[in-house]
Design a protein. Structure first.
Length: 175
């Protein structure tokens, strides 16, 4: 009896963490500074599928998720699908220090939100991820980190929004 209740509870938690966005949800524009000092603006990324991830250096699930997102980003054509990782650390130095230690954001466009992102995106918790179509509409959101199953769901969502944008060979169907 207890195991069934635990499974039901886990299913409810997972369902509340993944949400298909409404038809009129549009990504609020962002203009942030990259750790290098360059600017990172959503306006410069129009016409692409975006995966926008909001994270913080103090967030343990964020620290676990970023390497997976970086690996997933490596499988996509960056001219069609761009992975954006926006730190919401109030202190940009904390984010930069984490990135220096982490060292694995080769395929992510990183920006420093400096504590201003929660008001803009009204996320319920970190990490918070939004899948955005080329027209700028948010088609799916995730908060928290659910490990490999969540990365698979993100990958599947991107494949639906940007068919053919990944560099992997299609999986052959069994006949």
């Amino acid at each position: 009896m207890f195991l069934g209740g635990a499974v039901a509870f886990a299913a409810v938690v997972l369902l509340t963490r993944i949400r298909a966005a409404g038809r009129n949800d549009v990504l609020a524009p962002f203009a942030v500074v990259a750790p290098s000092g360059d600017s990172l603006r959503s306006a410069d990324l129009t016409g692409r599928v975006l995966l926008v991830n909001v994270w913080a250096s103090w967030c343990a699930p964020c620290r676990e998720e970023l390497p997976g997102l970086d690996s997933l980003a490596a499988t996509y054509d960056s001219s069609r699908v761009t992975f954006v990782a926006l730190s919401d650390d109030v202190d940009g130095a904390a984010a930069r220090e984490f990135l220096a230690v982490f060292g694995g954001t080769t395929h992510l466009r990183v920006g420093l939100g400096l504590g201003h992102l929660k008001a803009r995106y009204r996320y319920p918790g970190l990490p918070f991820t939004m899948l955005v179509d080329p027209a700028g509409r948010i088609v799916r959101t995730w908060y928290g980190y659910g490990g490999a199953p969540q990365l698979a769901a993100v990958d599947s969502g991107i494949r639906r929004v940007a068919p053919g944008a990944d560099s992997r060979k299609p999986i052959a169907s069994a006949s």
